[in-house]
Design a protein. Structure first.
Length: 358
């Protein structure tokens, strides 16, 4: 019997502190108009807790929506490029916090494409027959990396997490087609070079992270990679753009989303866009948008969903998801992050001071 992996639960976690463009412009040479006109971003969330904490809350909410106990999980994948620790992985921390003692757990870094990579991986592992329930999380705390003296990257990123539960079924739902890839020739146009064993650990500048970011090259690569993957997925599924009910794109830049829809010949009003509220939360953008699309009724029983993303590497991917019948959570949970006693500007004060005084 052919197995499938249905999305049975979904949850998200956004830290409470919000940094608006106007607030950002008080310590970065920019303005609300400049940011909105170029990116579509109006605000972003700044986390007071670690990435694993965001992942834990999103995961717990997804489990509640699925109506399954953490002990029923066989697999946890956390897609992130901003983990608390490299060793051990933060998926093990999520496993510990959830009490999912029976689950295998690992992190996955494909940058902003990480959630789609994780979704495809978990789907194929369930289809192989040994796994019943998997939790796939995209979680990031990218504000921790930012050089706040660099306008081109300081305005873009925010923090958050989103998660889904996949459950084995014999119904043809879930990820039915996917195309993943990587254009490594462009890996230097989006990078944090002063990290890992490539950095000089004795250099006084070690620990001061900053993005290398070549905007025009990234834009072209993003549209080309996502557009090609989206068309491949539609062709394999024997669908055309008219068959798609909703597009869940990576939320990196509103212009990129517009170009993707144009490339795939899908009306822009079919795209779910929330970048104005959250900025680019990297691997978390797609699952956060997916959760909100369900919550807002944009995803209905049987919806045909196209999702696409790109990220550092340069990784890219697209998936075709056939939604199942249920669009309401089975249970709710009252789990929350620890209270935040500071504003977003207060949380960033030391990082901003260090960036601007270098």
């Amino acid at each position: 019997m052919l197995h499938y992996a249905e999305i049975t639960g979904w949850g998200k976690c956004l830290p409470p502190a919000i940094l608006t463009n106007d607030e950002l412009s008080t310590f970065v040479e920019t303005s609300d108009e400049w940011i909105k006109s170029r990116t579509g971003i109006e605000s972003r969330h700044i986390s007071h807790v670690n990435t694993s904490d965001l992942a834990h809350v999103a995961g717990a909410r997804a489990l509640a929506a699925a109506g399954i106990d953490a002990n029923e999980l066989d697999l946890i994948i956390v897609a992130t490029c901003s983990p608390d620790t490299l060793i051990p992985n933060i998926a093990s921390k999520v496993q510990q916090e959830l009490g999912a003692s029976n689950a295998a757990a690992f992190d996955m870094n494909a940058a902003c494409t990480g959630f789609l990579y994780g979704l495809e991986t978990a789907t194929r592992m369930i289809q192989a027959g040994a796994y019943r329930h998997a939790l796939v999380i995209g979680a990031e705390r990218l504000s921790w990396y930012l050089d706040w003296s660099k306008r081109d990257t300081a305005v873009l990123f925010g923090d958050g997490a989103g998660a889904v539960v996949l459950s084995k079924t014999d119904k043809p739902v879930g990820v039915l087609q996917a195309q993943l890839g990587c254009d490594s020739k462009g890996r230097d146009v989006l990078a944090i070079p002063k990290f890992g064993t490539a950095m000089d650990r004795y250099d006084p500048e070690s620990g001061h992270f900053a993005f290398d970011f070549v905007g025009r090259d990234i834009f072209r690569s993003a549209v080309r990679g996502m557009g090609s993957a989206a068309n491949t997925v539609l062709n394999r599924a024997e669908l055309d753009s008219n068959d798609i009910d909703i597009v869940i794109p990576h939320q990196a830049n509103k212009r990129i989303i517009e170009a993707l829809c144009d490339h795939a010949k899908i009306p822009l009003d079919k795209a779910f866009i929330n970048i104005h509220k959250y900025g680019n939360t990297s691997a978390a953008t797609v699952p956060i948008a997916l959760c909100e699309a369900v919550e807002q009724g944009r995803i209905q029983a049987g919806s045909k969903i196209l999702s696409a993303a790109f990220g550092a590497g340069l990784t890219w991917g697209a998936t075709f998801i056939q939604w199942g019948e249920r669009t309401t959570a089975i249970h709710q949970t009252d789990i929350e992050l620890p209270p935040c006693e500071h504003t977003a500007k207060e949380l960033l004060a030391n990082a901003v001071s260090h960036s601007t005084n270098r």
